[in-house]
Design a protein around this ligand. Structure first.
Ligand code: ATP
Ligand code: ATP
Ligand code: MG
Ligand code: MG
Length: 874
């Protein structure tokens, strides 16, 4: 068996619209194609022994143990591997549960698809599931335990922390889209201009000056003290002299801690004499020159969480500790404590396991203890200096017990410091009495407080503290998304995308759009290249200036990693025609329809799918769509259009020379095609088709007819604006047309256009694209044979797996099939071919150059044009 490829899908994809996170592994079973599981001695037994928990997989049998039954009866290894990949993730605490295994056209090669939670653990699960299957086949040992531990480690490294994760989860529950920015915990919620951001519990609203104040413990204390909020009395100290002065003022017991320390580093607690205090000063000065000396407050550590100046939760925190039983030593007691099933690896569980580290050793040293010491029965030994959950601390929810006066106080504190998300640390006997009565005090205010102690306290009620954060970032009525129009299809995507964007822009929106030429915001190209995949879509959705997105969405990106958005408002399908067949398991138009369908399935239920009534495959898709559907056609009498009219539905048609919206039988004429420059006075039918699609989509979005019409009239085709889309260059004697047509449907579009062009002679320059099917290349030749009087065959720079001769032969046999005895010659270089065509042009010749890469051709023709103008001037 061999893994041929592992792909990570991140958005709606051909396997599922809802299950976005999928691993797609192309697996070659090789010899195992001939060995279903029932032909391998003892396979089921070994599998069941290694992974007994697979008993829960019902598989197609629908009963517990169903999967084992399938293995017993005989199933192929791809299917087994899918189940193993899912189960090892489950065992590592990542329950996912979606899988599909499908054979491809190549015998023995399967696509094994399964869901993941974290990308890299998904990839690891893919690799290991194959390894596990191999070991089971060959009856070799495999350490499942190591595999699970490794999966957990990968997950911990990769996944969002508990606080960030909880906010994301809350956003998802409210249907707010999110994008992780980079590998850390910086997250964007919402799209474009409506986005907000947060990182852990710092939000886009968090004031930088507030964070500065909170980080300065002395300043914080001073500000709170001046507002009559209890804080431990004390002062800042630089040296022994200062220390003595403060001791005189406040007396014992004392606490010494570095001014800007964290995690309790360098602190000395409950100091009762000057000598110890001096040692504590030296210790603290290792971390910070300035040291806080303050009264030691007795009681427990409490945390009050205030979000948007409202208290949302309170917890009592206890640092990791063990309680002696007079028998076991400290290490043994730690081991016993770690057996608590609630303690897990990293953030995987309610509690974290206790690890002995430097902090622990230092604490034990202070007590003159070692790990071998046996504490007395009932003695509490603290193992960490702070109560952080991540180092094994525990928490008890006390939200409902906080005295109203303390709530008022906490909410004042958050406003005094100015923090939108504040974690207030309090030392007190309890929170049920006002602090002033209990003698408690506020020790510090934390920016970016952790949420886990409230989300999953070890005792008491869990609190959804993520909800108030999302409430704050998106108060009711605030927009979250930006409108998305997605354009897919075989031909005309870029043109339609540009047209729609032009209309959107003219309606006053700042539009971001992606095309196979590049990414644009308004009129500016920001990156060049084929940008029709999910990364480019995200580029637009991430841009904080974009108000409206129009996304050309091509098959490549969908197949590679899914869509870059979960749903769109309007999906436009221009047509489904032969192109790129035979690549990536897409062999025919039915397969291709499945790919294009992903975009249409991503249209919101109350959004619109815009379909081409002149295109058979598009129309076959119609009954399956969940969204509302509107259609367009070049022919008012198209049977689908007539049916829609009868049902009172919206369509867009070309009739009597007009682009017209029809609602039932009512007509609203948008514009005469003769006034729409991109249609070449109506001679380019395929351009009319694109105009219909763009007009219909923007009409459905809600733009005014007048505004659509004005935009169509001002969209001037030029080689600058639309390189390679019907670019016509006029010379004194002849014309040159440069166009991107590169598949039979594109050729037919040009053929139709040329039938409206008067010329004494039509010369064509054509080439074949290597990675297309024989019949598609031949068909292009045949159409060329029909539409041209003379043909020059040139070659593409990239032959994509074929020889020049092969491609040329296919084209020539096509030309001959047309039966018009058209003469042809071969000139490999495009530029030479073009020069030759222009040199042989006579009065009234029309040259058509069909090309995949047009920049060189356009440059050459423009240069010739300039030369002609100069000569004329002379
Ligand atoms: P962290 O980063 O975990 O918040 P830190 O370095 O900021 O820790 P503090 O929060 O000031 O330090 O103190 C850590 C712990 O030390 C407190 O939770 C408390 O248990 C104890 N402590 C600090 N100051 C006092 C005090 N004045 N009286 C009693 N205990 C104190
Ligand atoms: P690609 O897949 O290369 O990105 P695309 O779908 O974006 O192509 P366009 O760039 O808009 O398509 O057009 C490319 C060529 O396809 C045009 O120059 C023309 O020859 C042909 N074409 C454009 N629109 C249509 C259409 N509606 N029907 C058939 N052919 C079309
Ligand atoms: Mg603290
Ligand atoms: Mg394109």
């Amino acid at each position: 068996m061999k893994i041929e490829k592992i792909q990570v899908l991140r958005g709606p994809n051909i396997w599922s619209i809802r299950r976005k996170k999928l691993i797609q592994m192309r697996l070659n079973l090789e010899e195992m194609e001939h060995f279903p599981t029932n032909k391998i001695d003892g396979f089921r037994e070994r599998l069941q022994l290694l992974m007994p928990s697979l008993i829960t997989h019902r598989c197609s049998e629908g009963v517990e143990g169903g999967f084992f039954l399938r293995v017993e009866m005989g199933t192929w290894m791809g299917h087994v591997i899918e189940h193993i990949a899912l189960e090892i993730q489950t065992l590592a605490g990542m329950d996912t549960g979606f899988g599909r295994t499908r054979e491809t056209k190549t015998p023995g090669v399967y696509n094994v698809v399964f869901s993941y939670l974290e990308e890299n653990s998904g990839i690891y699960a893919a690799e290991q599931s194959v390894e596990i299957a191999k070991c089971l086949i060959e009856a070799r040992d495999y350490s499942l335990e190591d595999c699970i531990q490794r999966l957990k480690e990968i997950r911990e490294r990769e996944r969002l922390g508990p606080s960030t994760g909880s906010i994301v989860q809350e956003a998802v529950a409210r249907n707010i889209p999110w994008i992780r920015l980079g590998r850390n915990s910086l997250v964007q919620l919402g799209y474009g201009v409506n986005q907000t951001r947060f990182q852990a519990t710092i939000t886009g609203n968090t004031s930088s000056i507030a964070v500065d104040i909170a980080c300065n413990k002395e300043l914080t204390k001073k500000m709170l003290d001046e507002a009559a909020i209890p804080v431990p009395t004390g002062d800042l100290v630089h040296d022994e002299e200062g220390l003595e002065r403060v001791v005189e003022k406040i007396g014992y017991p004392l606490v010494l801690k570095p001014l800007d320390g964290n995690h309790g580093k360098g602190s000395s607690i409950n100091v009762n004499d000057l000598d110890t205090a001096k040692v504590g000063l030296v210790h603290a000065q290792k971390y910070s020159n300035k040291v806080i000396v303050e009264r030691y407050i007795t009681g427990y550590d409490f945390r009050i969480l205030v979000i948007n100046h409202k208290m949302v939760a309170a917890a009592r925190r206890v640092p990791a500790h063990i309680i002696g039983d007079g028998d076991l030593n400290i290490q043994q007691l730690i081991d016993k404590e770690n057996l608590d099933p609630r303690r897990g690896y990293g953030h995987e569980n309610v509690l974290t396991e206790i690890l002995v580290d430097k902090d622990t050793n230092e604490l034990l040293e202070k007590l003159n203890y070692t790990l071998e010491t046996v504490p007395k029965n009932g003695e509490i030994v603290y193992l960490k200096s702070t109560a952080n959950l991540s180092t094994g601390g525990t928490s008890i929810d006390v939200t409902d017990m906080v005295h109203p006066e303390n709530i008022v106080m906490a909410e004042r504190v958050s406003r005094i410091i100015g923090l939108d998300v504040a974690g207030i640390d309090i030392m007190a006997e309890n929170l049920t009495q006002p602090l002033k009565e209990s003698g408690g005090a506020i020790l510090e205010v934390n920016a970016a407080p952790g949420f886990r102690m409230h989300l999953a306290p070890s005792e008491g009620l869990p609190r959804n503290v993520a909800a108030p954060v999302v409430d704050m970032l998106y108060p009711q009525g605030k927009a979250v998304r930006i409108p998305i129009i997605a354009v897919t299809g075989t031909n005309g995507k870029t043109t339609t995308t540009r047209l729609i964007s032009h209309i959107v822009k003219n309606n006053g929106y700042r539009v971001g759009f992606t095309t196979s030429d590049g990414i644009y915001i308004q009129n500016t190209m920001l990156t060049k290249g084929d940008t029709t995949g999910p990364v480019s879509a995200e580029f637009i959705l991430k841009d904080p200036t974009v108000e409206f997105a129009v996304l050309e969405t091509a098959r490549g990106g969908i197949l590679r990693s899914g869509l870059g958005f979960s749903y769109c408002d309007i999906g436009v399908l221009t047509n489904i025609k032969e192109d790129h067949l035979g690549i990536s398991d897409i062999h025919n138009l039915k397969d291709l329809t499945k790919v294009k369908r992903v975009v249409m399935d991503s249209v919101k239920k109350d959004g619109w799918s815009v379909l081409n009534a002149d295109d058979a495959y598009s129309m076959r898709l119609m009954p399956d769509l969940d969204s509302k559907v509107a259609i367009f056609s070049l022919d008012e009498n198209n049977p689908h259009i007539k049916k829609f009219a009868k049902e009172g539905k919206v369509t867009c048609v070309f009739e009597e020379g007009f682009v017209t919206i029809k609602k039932g039988d009512w007509k609203i004429r948008i514009a005469k095609v003769k006034s729409i420059p991109i249609t070449m006075e109506g001679k380019a039918k395929f351009m009319i088709s694109n105009v219909l699609a763009a007009s219909l989509a923007t009409y459905l979005y809600g733009f005014e007819i007048e505004d659509i019409a004005n935009s169509l009239r001002t969209f001037i085709p030029s080689p600058m604006l639309m390189p390679g889309r019907l670019n016509i260059f006029k010379f004194k004697k002849f014309h040159v047309l440069i166009d991107f047509a590169h598949n039979p449907a594109g050729y037919e579009a040009i053929e139709d256009y040329l039938s409206n062009v008067e010329a004494t002679k039509k010369i064509g320059i054509i080439s074949g694209v290597g990675d297309r099917r024989d019949e598609d290349i031949r068909e292009c030749g045949k159409i060329a044979g029909r539409m041209f009087d003379y043909i020059i065959i040139r070659n593409e720079k990239h032959l994509r797996g074929r020889t020049e001769e092969e491609i040329n032969e296919l084209l020539i046999s096509g030309i001959q099939e047309a039966g018009r005895n058209v003469s042809y010659e071969c000139i490999p270089k495009e530029i030479e071919a073009l020069k030759h065509a222009m040199s042989m042009a006579e009065e009234g010749t029309f040259i058509t150059a069909l090309s995949d890469v047009v920049t060189n051709a356009i440059e050459l023709v423009q240069e010739y044009q300039n030369r002609e103008i100069l000569e004329e001037g002379n």
